[in-house]
Design a protein. Structure first.
Length: 475
């Protein structure tokens, strides 16, 4: 869609303007035209067939034009979104968004009328954040529909929406939402500044836009929270956070975040507080198992047999006989097999993936033990680690936990328990130093807030603790 700079100017000759627009789209077969006469003046409608609702074009544009006897062109059309433009580049961009261009002879401007076609998609249940109680609605790939889902739950005049279009050659809509009285405007302005500095000409995926919003790109830990649930999104808006919706993505992005936000789910607030507390503690334990269990096993087998009871020691020794590899190689081999099975289950059709996961896990698990490649104890350790990591609500945090466990395993083989302690010391130092838009990532442990630690770990009744908006943003 490139033209010489002087060709962007609109001419008084309608045929010239039509030829320029056809050249702008390289005479694509998708561009259609319909000529008409309005009060004795020659006119034409140009539109892209794939992006236009033909029924709406005929009823709201063509029919009023043909039946009109008097009046201005802008007053004839029963369409809300009408725009007068004075250059062909803007006209071409509008046609790509589903607008039709209305040209009249001897006029130095062109009218764009919105007759865009929309693909209707029914609201379905979230696939990655399923709950037992609560709403079963999930976001779709259309940002406009997602905003409607949010407005349905949050009917508040303080809800502010800012719209952006990124990508010169593949325009992608981005919507920024926040509560004006609760959100930190410094965070809002910084997010807007980072969005506007995006210079990508082609936007291939929403990740191109969102990756620019991270503070520390070298950190393994996620610095944005993704959610498919409108009720979760509204909850974060009411806690003073910023929400991003990207057209073509069924996820809302929450900013800023803290480490402990990734372990909260909607069901925590839909059940009694003691049930929510119990399951939240299970998720915290799952993180420790996912990070440390393989390392503890490797450390015991390689350096610290003396910590085991004598009966367990003999049982473990028996399982390790005739195993040619050290425990680190065993663990890496089994984790690789597990990741391959997981990837295959994701890529295959659902009717096949479940069978592959069960049969593949049973066959491979039994055969590697029979072949003497891996001990039975290592199979148990890796299985528990996998189950623990899958219990985490956030996909990004699951990946971070799995990646962090690798250097800890290496340190445990070399230094034993001292290597594990040293690794976790470095990990806590990193988490304490990390920030997202001025909010400490490891809050409320850094800075240390004893009162907030209790409410972070335990789902207490709301009447016990009243929080200010500044506290809610960091919880």
């Amino acid at each position: 869609m490139e033209l010489p700079q002087d060709s962007f100017q609109i001419s008084t000759e309608i045929k010239t303007n039509m030829r320029k627009l056809f050249d702008c789209f390289h005479s694509s077969d998708d561009i259609r035209t319909r000529e008409f006469r309005l009060q004795g003046v020659q006119g034409a409608i140009l539109y892209l067939n794939a992006a236009t609702n033909r029924d709406k074009l005929q009823s709201d544009v063509l029919r009023p034009l043909l039946e009109s006897k008097e009046g201005l062109l802008e007053d004839i059309l029963p369409i809300l979104d009408i725009e007068l433009v004075s250059d062909l580049e803007t006209v071409a961009a509008g046609m790509l968004q589903g607008k039709c261009a209305i040209l009249l002879d001897q006029r130095m401007d062109i009218i764009l009328a919105d007759v865009g076609a929309s693909i209707e998609r029914s609201i379905a249940e979230s696939q990655n954040e399923q709950v037992i109680r609560g709403s079963h609605e999930g976001f779709v790939d259309d940002a406009e529909i997602n905003v409607q889902l949010i407005h349905r739950r949050l009917k508040n005049p303080n809800l502010v929406e800012r719209d952006f279009t990124l990508g010169a050659q593949s325009p992608t809509g981005v919507k920024l939402l926040y509560m004006s009285e609760l959100a930190d405007l410094n965070v809002v302005n910084e997010v807007i500044a980072r969005l506007l500095t995006n210079e990508d000409v082609f936007i291939k995926s929403p990740g191109q836009i969102l990756n620019r919003l991270e503070n520390s790109r070298w950190s393994l830990f996620p610095q944005m929270l993704y959610t498919e649930r409108p009720d979760t999104t509204v909850s974060h808006l009411l806690e003073g956070r910023v929400v991003l919706l990207v057209d073509g993505s069924s996820f809302a992005v929450i900013l800023p975040v803290t480490f402990f936000m990734f372990f909260q789910i909607a069901d925590d607030f839909n059940v009694r507080w003691w049930s929510g507390t119990f399951f939240r503690f299970l998720r915290f334990i799952s993180v420790m198992i996912g990070m440390a269990l393989p390392s503890v096993y490797i450390s015991i087998v390689s350096n610290h047999f003396e910590v085991l009871p004598i009966d367990l020691l003999f049982s473990l020794k028996a399982s390790l006989e005739n195993i040619p590899f050290n425990p680190l190689i065993e663990a890496l081999f089994m984790i690789t097999v597990l990741e391959l099975l997981r990837e295959a289950a994701i890529r295959l059709p659902k009717s096949i993936s479940s069978t592959l996961s069960i049969v593949g896990g049973l066959v491979i698990g039994s055969e590697v033990v029979n072949a003497g490649l891996v001990s039975t104890t290592m199979i148990v350790v890796i299985s528990l680690t996998a189950v623990a990591s899958f219990s985490l609500p956030s996909h990004e945090m699951r990946l971070a936990v799995r990646l962090v466990s690798f250097p800890i395993m290496i340190a445990s083989l070399l230094l034993g328990f001292a290597g594990i302690a040293f690794s976790f010391s470095l990990l806590f130092m990193h988490l304490s130093k990390l920030e997202t838009y001025g909010v400490p990532y490891f809050y409320p442990f850094t800075p240390f807030q004893p009162r907030r630690i209790l409410t972070t770990l335990i789902q207490l009744p709301k009447r016990i603790f009243r929080r200010k908006a500044s506290d809610r943003r960091m919880s």
